[in-house]
Design a protein around this ligand. Structure first.
Ligand code: G4P
Length: 302
């Protein structure tokens, strides 16, 4: 299924990001700890590398993620050059207090009055940027728009101790390379209802939960045995359990899908992570193999 959303005005947004990055010392990239790779913006990574800026990756919503897998992701990210990673819950003040010292360690040369530490916070929509920014500032900052066209919404704030932080709009990139990422982003609500149908997302989520070894969570919450079921069947079984029926009596698959998605988003299935460094590598390898097979099937042109 091709996943589409606003691709417009990307040039303006990219230019603005590039300009902003040029004037900061450390990029704080906010990720969703439940989907640490799918919630990375490849555009941001490209710009960061070309500007050679160090990056603190915040695996936010760590309270909703599987701690052992979060640790695996942190280790994987920290193998990248110029990158440190922290697991945080933006609503936990003790976690938030660890952020600025980690940024300082990434730019030790920016500690004098003539060289204040300049930070920039960025990430895709709904990963918790505003919540984190408010926690860092200790007050409610105006929310910047999530529309890349609204480039003037880039906003700089002073922090205590000669530091500043620039807030940027939640930015999506024009084309998601892997369909799986689109579903994962939709499951975590980073892309909205219009982009992908909830029923498809719920079926994908159910299959991912099984593939990631979380079948027991479905059993515990819905008292069902998902063995041998595909995603649609699992969603239907949830609907049966919860009495989701339309007027005529037939199963209301959409309602069942919403139950699963809402439970997942609210953490009612327990802390879960939908991808690991190993599953990510396997997904990319399968994607590349499929592309090669497709290319082999094309008739040779003269
Ligand atoms: P954004 O600026 O990146 O778009 O994200 P924002 O801070 O608006 O956060 C999006 C949603 O994620 C909010 O929930 C927020 O409360 C929640 N959130 C942010 N950080 C964390 C975290 O570390 N853990 C958990 N569990 N949730 C987090 P909401 O339902 O839209 O609003 P609210 O009613 O919770 O405020």
């Amino acid at each position: 299924m091709p996943i589409q959303w606003f691709p417009g005005h990307m040039h303006a947004a990219r230019r603005k990001l590039e300009e902003t990055l040029a004037d900061v010392d450390v990029l704080i990239e906010v990720l969703d700890a439940r989907i640490p790779a799918a919630s990375r913006n490849p555009l941001l990574e490209t710009l960061r590398r070309s500007r050679q800026r160090p990056c603190l990756k915040l695996l936010n919503k760590a309270d909703l993620a599987d701690p052992a897998r979060t640790a695996e992701w942190i280790a994987a990210f920290e193998r990248e050059e110029g990158v440190r990673a922290l697991a945080v819950c933006a609503k936990n003040p003790a976690d938030v207090r660890r952020i600025l010292p980690a940024c300082e360690r990434l730019a030790p040369h920016r500690s004098e009055p003539t060289k204040p530490l300049r930070l920039m916070i960025a990430g895709i929509p709904n990963v918790g940027k505003s919540t984190l920014l408010n926690a860092l500032l200790g007050r409610k900052a105006a929310k910047v728009g999530d529309e890349p066209a609204v480039t003037k919404s880039v906003q700089r704030y002073d922090l205590p101790g000669l530091r500043s932080i620039t807030d940027t709009p939640g930015l999506m990139w024009p084309k998601i390379e892997f369909d799986a990422d689109g579903y994962l982003l939709a499951a975590c609500h980073a892309i909205g209802r219009n982009a992908v149908a909830e029923e498809e997302v719920a079926a994908f989520l159910a299959e991912t939960l099984i593939a990631q070894g979380y079948a027991d969570r479905l059993t515990a919450r819905y008292r069902l045995d998902p063995t041998g079921m595909n995603g649609d069947e699992i969603v239907a079984a949830i609907g049966e359990r919860r009495g989701c029926r339309r007027k005529g009596g037939e199963l209301d698959q959409e309602k069942a899908a919403n139950i699963l998605l809402q439970d997942f988003r609210e953490g009612k299935l327990g802390p879960l992570t939908l991808e690991t460094p190993a599953s990510r590598a396997a997904m990319i390898a399968a994607h590349e193999a499929a592309l090669l097979a497709e290319a082999d099937d094309q008739p040779t042109r003269r």
